[in-house]
Design a protein around this ligand. Structure first.
Ligand SMILES: NC(=O)c1ccc[n+]([C@@H]2O[C@H](COP(=O)([O-])OP(=O)(O)OC[C@H]3O[C@@H](n4cnc5c(N)ncnc54)[C@H](O)[C@@H]3O)[C@@H](O)[C@H]2O)c1
Length: 359
C-alpha cells in the first residue's frame, strides 16, 4: 500500500493506493473523525461490483449508510442529476457532517464531487475511484463539475476530498478499452515530468496490461504523485498546472471533429503525438523521442495516426477550445521525454502541416 500526502494547507489530505483496500473504507473514515451517517454515490454497474464491499465496511465501522445510484454515462453528469441527488440526500437525512463517497470512474467522481461541494454549502467528500483514469488523474486535483447544454464541465467547483482510496483490484473488472484510455493519461504524466517513469512503462507495459497487482499499484501511485506535484504548486489551475494539458489541445479538437467517435484517451494519444511532431518540426526536440513515444503508445493500444477526420475540422475545433487566449492557441510541447514547456508561439500553418502528415 502506498500513501501520498497532498499538501494544500487547510485542504491537505491523503491518497491511499493499494490492492484490496476498499474494504478498509469504514475504518479509514473513522480515523478522519467522521461518524454517523455516510452516503455512497455510484452507478448501477459499479454498485453491483463494489457497492456491497464498501457499504459493509461502513456498516462494520458503525456508519448508517445510504447508497444513491445515478445512471451510467457522461450524459448524466448534469445539473439535473445533481438536483436529484440533493433531494435524495435531504430525504436520507444527510447533514453537514455526512460524508459523500464517490464510488466510480471520473463521471461519478466529478458529479458526486460537485454535489458534495454544493449540498449544504459543502459536506465531506471521499473519492473511491474505480477506473485507471480516475485513479491516476480525475480524482486528483479537486476539480468537480457537471456539463451544461453542449459545454463539458461548464459548471463546477474546486473542492478537495478528505481522502482518496484507490483500490487497484477494481481495475481488473474494467473494460479493456477503458483501461487503454486511462493509459494515455499515465503516459502523459511520464512525458511531462519523469523520464525514469517513462522507461519503467517501456519495460513493464506487458505486466501492466496483464494487470499485475504490484505493477498496477506502482503505476497508479507514480502517476498520481506526478499530478499531485502540479496540483500542489497551482491548486486553482492558473499557470503551471496547464502543463497537465499536454496532448489535450489537439486531442480535444480530434475528439470533437470526430463527433466523439474517437475516445478521449485515444484522442489524447494522437494529441501527444502531434505535439511531439510539432516540437521536432520546430527543431525543439530530437526525432528519436518521437519514435520512443510512438512505440510506447502503440504498444499500449493507443492511436498515433490521425483517423478519418478532416484536418480543417480539427483546426476549426481548436479555435473553440478553452486553451485559446486572445486568438492564440496555447500548446504544451516537449523538449525531451520528461521535459515540456508552454508556448503560444506555434503558427496555425505548422499545426495544419503536421496534422496532414499524421494521416
Ligand atoms: N476532475 C478532473 O480533473 C477530470 C480529469 C479528467 C477527466 N475527468 C472526467 O472524467 C470523466 C471520464 O472518466 P472515466 O474515463 O473514468 O469514465 P466513466 O466514469 O464513464 O467510467 C467508464 C465506464 O467504466 C465503468 N466502470 C467504472 N469503474 C469500473 C470498474 N472498476 N469495473 C468495471 N466497470 C467500471 C463505468 O460504469 C463506465 O461505464 C469525464 O466526465 C471527464 O470529464 C475529470
Amino acid at each position: 500500500m502506498q500513501k501520498i500526502d497532498v499538501k494544500l494547507g487547510q485542504n491537505s489530505y491523503s491518497i491511499i493506493i493499494g490492492a484490496g483496500i476498499l474494504s478498509q473504507t469504514g475504518v479509514k473514515l473513522k480515523e478522519l473523525d467522521l461518524k454517523g451517517k455516510a452516503v455512497i454515490i455510484t452507478n448501477p454497474a459499479v454498485n453491483k461490483l463494489y457497492g456491497t464491499a464498501v457499504k459493509q465496511s461502513l456498516i462494520d465501522a458503525g456508519f448508517k449508510t445510504t447508497v444513491l445510484e445515478v445512471p451510467d454515462g457522461e450524459k448524466y453528469k448534469t445539473l439535473e442529476s445533481a438536483g436529484k441527488l440533493y433531494r435524495q440526500l435531504a430525504e436520507s437525512g444527510a447533514e453537514r457532517t455526512t460524508p459523500i463517497l464517490a464510488l466510480g470512474g471520473g463521471v461519478i467522481g466529478d458529479l458526486a464531487g460537485f454535489a458534495a461541494a454544493t449540498y449544504l454549502r459543502g459536506v465531506p467528500l471521499v473519492q473511491l475511484p474505480t477506473t485507471l483514469l480516475a485513479q491516476c488523474d480525475s480524482s486528483i486535483g479537486g476539480k468537480t463539475a457537471v456539463n451544461h447544454k453542449q459545454l463539458k464541465n461548464e459548471i463546477g467547483a474546486f473542492y478537495q476530498p478528505k481522502m482518496t482510496i484507490s483500490d487497484v483490484l477494481t481495475l481488473k473488472s474494467l473494460p479493456k478499452d477503458e483501461f487503454t484510455n486511462g493509459l494515455a493519461e499515465v503516459i502523459k504524466h511520464a512525458v511531462i515530468k519523469d523520464e525514469r517513469f517513462f522507461v519503467y512503462l517501456e519495460k513493464n507495459l506487458d505486466r501492466i496490461k496483464s494487470l499485475d497487482d504490484n505493477v498496477l499499484e506502482a503505476v497508479a501511485a507514480k502517476s498520481a504523485r506526478i499530478k499531485v506535484e502540479f496540483v500542489e504548486s497551482d491548486e486553482k489551475d492558473t499557470g503551471l498546472r496547464n502543463i497537465l494539458n499536454f496532448g489535450h489541445t489537439i486531442g480535444h479538437a480530434v475528439e470533437s471533429a470526430s463527433n466523439f467517435q474517437v475516445a478521449h484517451g485515444q484522442a489524447v494519444s494522437i494529441g501527444m503525438m502531434a505535439a511531439a511532431n510539432l516540437a521536432v518540426k520546430l527543431e525543439l526536440m530530437d526525432a528519436g523521442n518521437v519514435t520512443r513515444l510512438k512505440n510506447l503508445l502503440n504498444k499500449a493500444g493507443l492511436m498515433t495516426k490521425l483517423p478519418q477526420v478532416d484536418v480543417k475540422q480539427v483546426m476549426l475545433a481548436m479555435q473553440y477550445d478553452k486553451k485559446v487566449q486572445d486568438g492564440k492557441i496555447r500548446f504544451v510541447l516537449p523538449r525531451a521525454i520528461g521535459q515540456v514547456f508552454i508556448t503560444d508561439d506555434v503558427s496555425a500553418a505548422v499545426i495544419e502541416k503536421v496534422l496532414g502528415e499524421m494521416k
